[in-house]
Design a protein around this ligand. Structure first.
Ligand code: SF4
Length: 212
């Protein structure tokens, strides 16, 4: 993502850190690049990524290359980001391991071609810190396993997603999420988000497709 001000300054969202996890080394590397290029500030985005701001457009490519990202941020088609909370491993309220599931989703679904940008939120419990009901694919943990939500959106056309599975284990989440995304790919118009698709699609159609 990038944008320009009247002074032709821009910002870019780096295609990491994954699920908001950073190491001291990564932060030092980012800080060094920011100092080298006179970047005035870094912003932690709502998607748990880092935005570098206020530099000239032509330096963006250099910064990506220095960070080992020669192609820059991912194009906004397909899974755009996977957000995950600390989950059972680190949070006292956690019921399931959201970081581990986030990594599994990344490994199996990240490169799936989709009609439009698709956001994934994985929350370790029903407090839903990753706003899973407002993600295209949302997952949250309970004592009985994972609940999977499809078709949520938190932007200009907000929509609470539909619960399509409960009491799931990790493998069942991956399979069901894949089937939801297949349904989305087959039915959506170009650049149509899951929320808009589900506004014009009866839930029974999705449920029937997931049963087949
Ligand atoms: S969703 Fe639950 S487990 Fe995750 S950070 Fe929030 S309270 Fe903790």
């Amino acid at each position: 993502m990038s944008a320009s001000t009247p002074e032709q300054k821009t910002y870019n969202v780096l295609p990491g850190p994954r699920m908001g996890l950073v190491t001291p080394d990564y932060l030092e590397e980012i800080a060094a690049a920011a100092r080298r290029h006179g970047v005035p500030f870094l912003k932690i985005t709502g998607a748990q990524r880092l935005a570098i701001a206020g530099h000239r457009p032509e330096t963006a490519e250099k910064i990506w290359q220095e960070m080992g990202m020669p192609n820059g941020p991912r194009k906004p088609v397909g899974i755009h980001y996977i957000q995950a909370c600390p989950g059972r491993q680190w949070c006292k309220y956690g019921r399931q391991d959201s970081l581990a599931l986030g990594r599994e989703i990344e490994a199996t679904l990240l490169d799936l071609p989709l009609p439009a940008k698709t956001k994934v939120g994985v929350s370790g419990c029903q407090f839903n810190c990753c706003e899973s009901y407002l993600r295209d694919i949302g997952v949250f943990g309970t004592t009985k396993g994972w609940t999977l939500v499809f078709g949520g959106n938190g932007g200009g056309a907000p929509r609470i997603g539909d619960v399509v599975g409960e009491g799931l284990n990790d493998d069942q989440v991956l399979r069901l999420a894949r089937r939801c995304l297949d349904f989305y790919r087959e039915r959506a118009r170009k650049l149509e988000r899951t929320g808009r698709l589900m506004r014009r699609t009866p839930l029974t159609e999705l449920e029937a497709a997931l049963r087949d």
